[in-house]
Design a protein around this ligand. Sequence first.
Ligand SMILES: Cc1cc2nc3c(=O)[nH]c(=O)nc-3n(C[C@H](O)[C@H](O)[C@H](O)COP(=O)(O)OP(=O)(O)OC[C@H]3O[C@@H](n4cnc5c(N)ncnc54)[C@H](O)[C@@H]3O)c2cc1C
Length: 248
Amino acid sequence: MIVRDIIIIGSGPAGTSTALHLLKADPSLAGNMLLLDKAIHPREKICAGGLIPHTLDCLKELDIPLTIPHVQVDRALVRVPPNREVFCEDGGMCSIIRRDEFDFALVQTARVRGAEIREGEKVLTLVHEARGVRIETENDTYFARVVVGADGSGSRVRRQLIGQDSIPVGKAIMCDVPVADTSWSGFAQHRYDFNFLPVPQGLKGYLWEFPCLISGVPHVNVGIYSLGDAPLGNAELQHLLAQEIESQ
Ligand SMILES: Cc1cc2nc3c(=O)[nH]c(=O)nc-3n(C[C@H](O)[C@H](O)[C@H](O)COP(=O)(O)OP(=O)(O)OC[C@H]3O[C@@H](n4cnc5c(N)ncnc54)[C@H](O)[C@@H]3O)c2cc1C
């Protein structure tokens, strides 16, 4: 059995920032804090990758410069039913990153600052014991006085230690299109777009277009998000996304 004071399940931004804040508050935790993740970084993540000013402040607080490629957004175009366009402008609205690169950078920083991170290790079972929690993974058994659940929206930690059932999660589809293959003006204008026009058709969410850089090449990240209990099925979401891409 592997014993640590603190075990954090999940090494996405919630897990790594918890580790980084704890290490900042008490550097002696280095070597006694472990993160477990079923994935291996850099890993894909469905997310538009917008870092709002609060997120950038959190990075500053942790002394983490934003060194990975990012695109600054200063304008937003929001389409709302029945057919209205709302335009907002505000310097430093958002910085768009790619989540595989961002999460990997946070993992590397946490490692350098003393966090131990085991990747490719899925947590299967968590059991309350007298003085802490026993954790069974595919590879090992662990014990920690403190366990942090940072394992995302379908959290196994929440289900097994707190006892909450799975809540219906949202659905999202996204893809990346080179800006050169579109007539989209958002990249050049440092703008991101949100489209709520299909809400009357049953969409409980929105479509988005975010500018981003992939291997240095300007792209538009296009996606659709809908709450899990929305009446639209996967085929209808795909159809709306295809329409959005064609309209660019
Ligand atoms: C379509 C969409 C667009 C979004 N756009 C934005 C945006 O522009 N800006 C923004 O700030 N947020 C955005 N979000 C939200 C953002 O993606 C989440 O808030 C963020 O990913 C949450 O981070 P996290 O660390 O809690 O979880 P995650 O990033 O999901 O990390 C959880 C980690 O836990 C690991 N894990 C899960 N189960 C286990 C297990 N059993 N054992 C071991 N490891 C496990 C996973 O592998 C994963 O690495 C968006 C979300 C969606 C769905």
